[in-house]
Design a binder for this molecule. Sequence first.
Ligand code: PMP
Length: 295
Amino acid sequence: MSALPFDQRDGFIWMNGNLAAWKEAKLHVLSHGLHYASCVFEGERAYGGRIFKSAEHSERFRASAELLDFEIPYSVAELDRAKQLVVDKNNLPNCYVRPIAWRGSETMAVAAQNSTINIAIAVWDWPSMFDIEQKMQGIRLDIADYRRPDPMTAPARAKAAGLYMICTISKHRAERRGYADAIMLDWQGRVAECTGANIFFTAKGAIHTPIADCFLDGITRRTVIDLARRRGIEVIERRIMPEELSGLEECFISGTGAEVTPVSEAGAYKFTPGAISRAMIDDYSAEVRPKQKAA
Ligand code: PMP
C-alpha cells in the first residue's frame, strides 16, 4: 500500500459530474463545508469490482445531507453509476470508496442557504485483514471520555463530518494509551459504538447490540444482524450499560473498514473471541463477494 499523502496520489476523482486527475481534485480554503462542517460523506468497499450495498450507501448519503438541511443534486442511481465509474477508471476492483458532499464558497457565514452543493467520489486501496488467526486474537478497546450526543443536540444519525470531531479525539487518546480503538457511551451512559464502527456482544448463544437510536446505524451492522438471524442466532437490540460487560462473552465490532473484527478487551472487561465472532467473519466475507450468476 502506498504511504504517499492522499493529495499526492495518482488516479481519477469524480468531482461534480466529471472525472478529474487525482491531484487536481481541489477545493478552495474558503469553503463552507470546511469552516462550518456542512459536510457529509460515505464509506463503502468494492469487492471483486462491485461495491457492496452501493444503493443503500447512496440512500444514506442523501439522507445524511437532508439531516444537515441540504440536498445532494444526484439520484441514488446516478450516484451508484458515478461510484462504479470511479472504481473502474482507477482499476481498483477491491478498494474503499469515499463519496463526500459539502457546501461551497458562495457564502462564508453560518447561514449559507444558496451555496452550491459539491460532490466528490474518491477510491483507494485499503486491504482487509485476511489473517483469520491474527484477527481472532481480538483488538483492545479503551473507553472514550466523549459520549455520542443526544439526537436533540445534533443530527446524530447522519454520517456527518462534524460528528467525527469527538471520534478523532477519542481515537487519538486510545492510541496514545496503547489501544486500537475506543468504545463510546451515549449521552445517557449506555454503550453506543466505537469511533468508526458498531459493536456487538454475545451471551448464552445470542447476540446483543445497542439500539441505533443516537448513532450511525451501520450498513455492516444491519448486514451482520441479518446474517446472524439467517443462521438462527437470536439478535437482541437493547440498552447495554457498561457495567454489564462483565457478564458478556464475545465482543466484535462491525463497519465497512473494520468488516467484522473481534475484541479481546474493553477497558477493564475481557472477552474471548469465539465461535459466533468466527461465524460472523465467515458469513460477512461470503456475503460481500459478488455472487456468481448461474449459467
Ligand atoms: N459508526 C461510525 C461512527 C462509523 O464511522 C461507521 C463507519 N461508517 C460505522 C458506525 C459503521 O457503519 P458502516 O457499517 O455503514 O460502515
